[in-house]
Design a protein around this ligand. Sequence first.
Ligand code: 5GP
Length: 199
Amino acid sequence: MIRRKRGTLFVISAPSGTGKTTIIKRLLSTFDDIYFSVSYTTRPKRNGEIEGVDYVFVDEKTFKDMVEADEFLEYAVVYGNYYGTPKRPVLERIERGIDVVLDIDTAGAMSVKEKVEDTVLVFIFPPSIDTLVERLRLRGTESEEVMRKRISQAMVEIERSNIYDYWVLNDSIDRAFEELKSIVIAERCRRKRFELWGI
Ligand code: 5GP
């Protein structure tokens, strides 16, 4: 009767310390048919992070070779480290009708929006700047200097939130998650994503 033309690409961005990772993990455990794209990075692994699950951790030479070989859908330098979305796993899934989630920064979001048709951009805001600074301090995995960089980068990210389709305020994890879930469900039902079939 009807079928989906292709999968939908959801790009989720937020300043670091917004609780984005928690919300995305919840989304992925709720929808077992969404593929999360694991990025490549040259950033050192943090405690508790798992190779191939949180990121694929590579050295700068490997990353640059991959850039040369056109293996990234997009890549950016964030806080002095390279981060990139591998092209093939994402585009293949979209073609096969599978929805994909990218957790990337605003620069990456801008470039993906131009490359992949009908991408959905969601920006998650912290409840306030004070909470954001507080959360970054509590996280405590980085040096003072890295933290200052993250705070000023957060301001840049917030300024770029204008290009996003949806804004979600994370003043409650439960509500932010419900909102994100609703966005996914509604976007999946958009007529433009379907075609008539067999009639
Ligand atoms: P973190 O080092 O805290 O895991 O991530 C730092 C920032 O890099 C976050 O805003 C995250 O969304 C972004 N990021 C992670 N992977 C990618 C990627 O593949 N491309 C881009 N452009 N940004 C990424």
